[in-house]
Design a protein around this ligand. Sequence first.
Ligand code: AMP
Length: 424
Amino acid sequence: MERDNRSTPELPAPRGTNDLLPPESWRWQEVARLALDTFAAAGYAPVDTPMFEHTEVFERGVGSTSEVVGKQMYTFTDRGGRSLTLRPELTAPVMRAVLGHNLHRGRLPVKLAYAGPLFRQERPQKGRYRQFSQVGIEAIGSSDHLVDAEVIEVGMRFLERAGAPARLLLNSIGHLDPSCRTGYLKLLVEYLDERAALLAPVDIERVDTNPLRTFDSKEPNTIDVMRDAPLITDHLCNDCRRHFDAVRSSLEDLGIAYVLQPRLVRGLDYYTRTAFEFVAGGLGSQNAVGGGGRYDGLAESLGGEPLPGIGFALGLDRILLAAGDEDDGRRGSVTAYVVTVGEAARRAGLALATRLRAAGVATDLDLIGRSMKGQMKDAGRSGAKWAVILGDDELASNRVTLRDMESGEQSAVAVEELEERVRR
Ligand code: AMP
């Protein structure tokens, strides 16, 4: 097809970003609302933090050895010389806000929910973008295993309601203490050092900076080596072991199936104990719709007092991909369409539409001067159930002609009864 330069914009959206257009934008908004409603039903209140933060929030909160902070952040210096970063994740900003506003001095746990965009400079592919959206919750201020179970249950239920039921992969990665993960990491590094010659070069670097991440390697050689690597779950301290067992039995009480995944580590440094991932079918290689875990060390790394927490983040883009297209064609369509005949009626038409809208009836009308025939055609395209026809006769008698767009039946209706009729 020949390219029409007059209608092709010279400036596309930046690589890895998407324009969200109708009708998909309706569905997107519905699922975001469904998320916040599901979270609210469990007591999670909406929170909204800035799109950008001081870079330190992520460097200290997420940790500079993580892939996200080390390689993917959109960081810039503003005109005042401050280093700012477009948020690549939301747990650290939410914790910053909780600590900054002393929310943890109120009712515990602090339960918050969010839906919004994140920014990571990744290599774009299906389900992986440079601007994407997450919905999620955070429960801050309790280390009780029941919080872990509640958080996971809320995530599973939302995914099911959104049409993207997921499998739950579960692990515990202990805590940073010689009796627990720190001791285990020594064993792991020894194991990896002995096999350094077999590892892929990118992973040799990880052994020093973030050895757990070698479990996430996509390199065949490293994957082979990791098959026999010591597992964190065999080296948990007693407290972490008990916590993990309690989380598991709570999930069983709730009838939530899980798959133990001792190699599940998650990419962000602040995780402790419970780590989980939600995996959906039909997404190919990007099959994780979301994940989360406990981050009992995060508050302290942001300079606050010790404050345990747990949460998850789910990728909205991937949830919509996994749920498939459920567009029923009526989404975004109006209930009524005002058709006017003649100049006087045209002037009265907008007032009539306004009256219907104020009564809660979604109403559209012609705004580019179509003929009556053109207006009827447009009414059809708008998806309206009713055409509300207004001409000189109707104006004189304070009535309208109401046409059922499906059956074609018409009747005269007094303007005062109109709202009532179209709502029925
Ligand atoms: P994370 O914050 O990395 O644990 O990611 C949680 C979820 O967010 C993932 O499972 C994805 O569904 C989604 N997500 C993360 N990065 C991207 C991305 N670049 N593009 C689209 N979705 C993403």
